[in-house]
Write a protein that binds this ligand. Structure first.
Ligand SMILES: N[C@@H](CCC(=O)N[C@@H](CSO)C(=O)NCC(=O)O)C(=O)O
Length: 218
């Protein structure tokens, strides 16, 4: 039976971008299915009945949910190409720690920047910069969080980089002056075709968020 790979996704999602990049890094052909999150498809509800969220990878009819779990699954199934996780158990544990840090910390505080005003908005800006400065420390002088090549931590963070223009424009600040190493790391990642073809135009994300703010009455 021919291998069937399908990705239920939503174009501005930094979580969906992770899976797109992982599949591209591995050279896996797949069917991209854009979801309307205001009117979720029966397939999404069937394949992810617990969270009802994207991304969902459907591999030969079987769903895998949660973006960082999907990236690890892709790394384990399509072993031949670029490894996305380190091979040494301790280094794998460290990579998973920083993926968990990004998941626990970054999404909620970035949402404060575009999803709220006043004190909450200002707090969000400060917290995002603090988190990115912590990640700058982790990156140090390495080219990537994965060392000499893109790894799961890079893949987990780079989707947020495509939202930087939105955060800076709405928040009226510059990541370049706050965390220059993260900005140059993002540009470096975008030199890779697997990243460049998976991340939307930052200005398209900004236009989407402005519409979202109007809809939410922000
Ligand atoms: N922990 C999960 C988060 C996915 C998610 O929030 N998906 C959003 C779109 S991106 O913000 C989603 O599907 N939202 C639909 C909903 O909340 O109903 C992961 O890493 O895959």
């Amino acid at each position: 039976m021919a291998e069937e790979v399908k990705l239920l996704d939503f174009w501005p999602s930094m979580f969906g971008m992770r899976v797109r990049i992982a599949l591209a890094e591995k050279g896996v052909a797949y069917e991209y299915v854009e979801e309307d999150l205001k009117n979720k498809s029966p397939l999404l509800l069937q394949m992810n009945p617990i969270h009802k969220k994207i991304p969902v990878l459907i591999h030969n009819g079987k769903p895998v949910c949660e973006s960082s779990i999907i990236v690890e699954y892709i790394d384990e199934v399509w072993k031949d190409n670029a490894a996305l996780l380190p091979s040494h158990p301790y280094q794998r544990a460290q990579a998973r720690f920083w993926v968990d840090f990004i998941d626990k910390k970054l999404y909620d505080v970035t949402r404060k920047i575009w999803g709220s005003k006043g004190e909450e908005h200002e707090t969000g800006k400060k917290e995002v910069i603090e988190i990115l400065k912590q990640l700058e420390e982790v990156l140090g002088e390495k080219a990537y969080f994965g060392g000499e090549s893109l790894g799961i931590v890079d893949i987990s963070l780079i989707g947020f980089y495509s939202w930087f223009y939105t955060y800076e424009t709405i928040g009226n600040f510059s990541f370049e002056s706050e965390c220059p190493k993260i900005v140059s790391w993002g540009k470096r990642c975008l030199q890779k075709e697997s990243v460049a073809k998976s991340l939307p135009d930052p200005k398209k994300i900004y236009d989407f968020v402005v519409q979202l703010q109007k809809a939410l009455g922000v």
